[in-house]
Design a protein around this ligand. Structure first.
Ligand code: NAP
Length: 341
């Protein structure tokens, strides 16, 4: 069976996902697209796809079995609620939503539906290197994790569009989610330290150092630098009781030429996580064709939203800000067999 998909938001990542859904992956076809800018949607629409004037019309269309949301964060809540009301599986790019209340509303709607429909775009969980790292940690040969070091560096961010809060309530969500997943733990508190500012960031608070205090006592330090010029560099290392497990240097290929010996750094997230995005959608297509969702859930989107909110409070207060989550509904409990998912 071929899954018939509608894509909402045909900007940078929407177009990249349209490319992978039409040219890379099988078992899927794009039946519909929509963007706030109709011309942009028409320009991105693959052959045979209908261009809808509104996300609501796309979601309701009989041509659309499942939805991919790539609009900007503040639009996600309404579009997610419409998908759930229509009973259609939905892949939603991060952030799930932009406030705790909105996350709870989406969760309530999904719980009332009674089955998972939402997968959030935390693609690192599908990256082969992160999966190997998780397998080592879950294997237990290194003893209990004690500390994790996460590095998230971007060459640059769009001036004017990327604001000073975004390292904390937008970029950090990936590091928070991967720490929760790798360590099978929740974030209980957040501290933020702001070092000397990079002159490249103009008015941005950049870089920042974040400490995630996990419920188990593990501390995760996260460097976020969003204007570091040399490329997109993601690192991760977990210190355990009897050893250390780390992501390998990426890419693995070493280039030797007249300039010396070097590894080329990916330019951006599209290049570094290209295979992870492919795998994320491969697994989404299988679940969506069965009328449901697996992978990162509404609960995970809710948790990441709380971390972003706490980080913003922490940068103002200068102290550790606590995170209080509601009790986890059974719908979102991860079965033991999926621990290495
Ligand atoms: P973008 O280039 O600005 O594209 C977003 C598109 O959605 C734009 O065409 C925008 O139109 C349109 N849009 C905004 N509101 C809409 C609405 N209510 N209905 C329909 N279309 C709407 O942004 P992007 O970089 O592609 O990011 C899109 C989403 O993906 C964001 O949530 C972002 O955080 C996420 N993202 C995730 C990753 C990842 O690694 N997983 C990487 C990049 C981005 P206007 O420009 O006219 O507003």
């Amino acid at each position: 069976m071929t899954l018939s998909v509608g894509v909402i938001g045909t900007g940078m990542i929407g177009r990249d996902h349209i490319r992978r859904l039409t040219r890379v992956l099988s078992g899927v076809t794009i039946a519909a697209v929509s963007d706030i800018d109709r011309e942009r949607a028409a320009d991105a629409a693959p052959e045979g796809a209908e261009v809808f004037d509104t996300p609501q019309a796309l979601i309701r269309s009989d041509k659309v079995q499942a939805v991919v949301i790539c609009s900007w964060g503040p639009a996600h809540e309404e579009q997610l609620l419409d998908c759930i009301a229509a009973g259609k599986p939905v892949f939603c790019e991060k952030p799930l939503v932009t406030s705790e209340d909105a996350a709870l509303r989406v969760m309530q709607a999904e719980l009332a539906h009674g089955r998972r429909l939402v997968q959030v775009g935390f693609m690192r969980r599908f990256d082969a290197d992160y999966r190997r790292l998780k397998a080592v940690l879950d294997g237990g040969s290194l003893g209990a994790p004690l500390m994790m070091h996460s590095v998230h560096r971007n060459a640059s961010v769009p001036e004017g569009l990327y604001t000073s809060d975004m390292p904390l309530n937008d970029t950090l969500v990936h590091d928070a989610d991967i720490a929760r997943w790798l360590l099978d733990d929740e974030v209980a508190g957040v501290e933020v330290r702001v070092p000397r500012r990079s002159t490249r960031g103009k008015d941005l608070r950049d870089p920042v150092l974040v400490l995630l205090h996990m419920a188990s006592g593990v501390i995760v330090d996260v460097e976020i630098s969003v204007n570091i010029a040399y490329g997109y560099d993601i690192r991760g290392e977990v210190s355990c009781e009897t050893g250390v497990a780390a992501l390998p240097d990426r890419p693995a290929t070493v280039v030797s030429d007249r300039h010396g010996i070097r590894r080329e750094i990916p330019a951006d997230w599209r290049e570094r996580f290209i295979e992870a995005y492919d795998q994320e959608f491969r697994e989404w297509i299988v679940a969506a064709a069965n009328g449901t969702a697996t992978g990162p859930s509404t609960w995970d989107g809710y948790a990441a939203t709380l971390v972003g909110d706490a980080a913003l409070r922490a940068v103002d207060s200068g102290t550790r800000e606590a995170i209080r989550m509601i009790e986890q509904p059974g719908l979102y409990a991860r079965p033991a067999a999926m621990a290495a998912e």
